[in-house]
Ligand binder design. Structure first.
Ligand code: NI
Length: 178
C-alpha cells in the first residue's frame, strides 16, 4: 500500500536536494535515476503485498540525499521520520572506509535494517545494470558485475519479485564482460 502524496512529498524533497546534479557521465538530471529506482519498487508492489509501501518509496526517492547532497540527518528526520533517516543512512556509502571494502560494509548495515531497505538496494542495482559508462575499463565492469552478484546473494530473501528482476539484469550484463 502506497499513496501518491507520500511519493510527491519525497520527490519534492529529493528534487530540491539534488538540484542541478546529473547522473554520472550523462547529461540527465539525477531525478532520472531516482525515478527508475522508485519505478522498480512500484512494479514490485503491484506483485507483492508489502505493508509499508510509503516507507519503501520514500526511502527509494531519498536514498542518495545524504550521500550526494548537502542534506543533513537532522533535516531529514524532521521532514520524514527516524525510520526513514536510518534507512537512508544505511544506504549511504561510508567514504571514510577503503573503496574496495565500502560495499561489503554498506551491505552489513543494510542487513541490520528492515527488509524494505534491502529492497531499495536491490532496486538501485537493477536500475544501474545498464550499458556501462564509456569511460569504464574492463576491470571496473568485471568488478561491478561481481558486486551485483554479492548484492543478489546477500539480499535476495527480501523480495522474490526483485530477486527475479535482479537475476535477469545480472545475466543481461554478462554481454559487457567480454
Ligand atoms: Ni542510487
Amino acid at each position: 500500500m502506497w499513496t501518491q502524496d507520500a511519493y510527491i512529498k519525497a520527490m519534492n524533497y529529493a528534487a530540491e536536494a539534488h538540484g542541478e546534479q546529473k547522473v554520472q557521465g550523462k547529461p540527465y538530471s539525477y531525478l532520472y535515476h531516482i525515478s527508475l529506482v522508485s519505478m522498480e519498487l512500484m512494479a514490485c508492489l503491484q506483485h507483492e503485498k508489502h505493508e509499508k509501501g510509503d516507507f519503501i518509496l520514500q526511502c527509494a526517492i531519498l536514498h542518495d540525499v545524504l550521500e550526494d547532497t548537502e542534506t543533513s540527518s537532522e533535516h531529514l528526520v524532521l521532514d520524514f521520520s527516524r525510520d526513514v533517516l536510518e534507512g537512508v543512512q544505511a544506504l549511504t556509502k561510508n567514504t571514510s572506509i577503503q573503496a574496495d571494502k565500502r560495499m561489503k560494509e554498506c551491505l552489513e548495515r543494510i542487513k541490520r535494517q528492515p527488509r524494505e531497505i534491502w529492497m531499495v538496494k536491490m532496486a538501485d542495482r537493477i536500475s544501474n545494470l545498464q550499458e556501462p559508462p564509456a569511460h569504464w575499463d574492463k576491470e571496473k565492469i568485471h568488478h561491478y558485475f561481481g558486486e551485483s552478484q554479492v548484492i543478489y546473494d546477500e539480499l535476495h530473501e527480501a523480495s522474490p519479485y526483485l530477486t527475479q528482476r535482479l537475476a535477469l539484469k545480472i545475466e543481461a550484463y554478462r554481454k559487457y564482460l567480454a
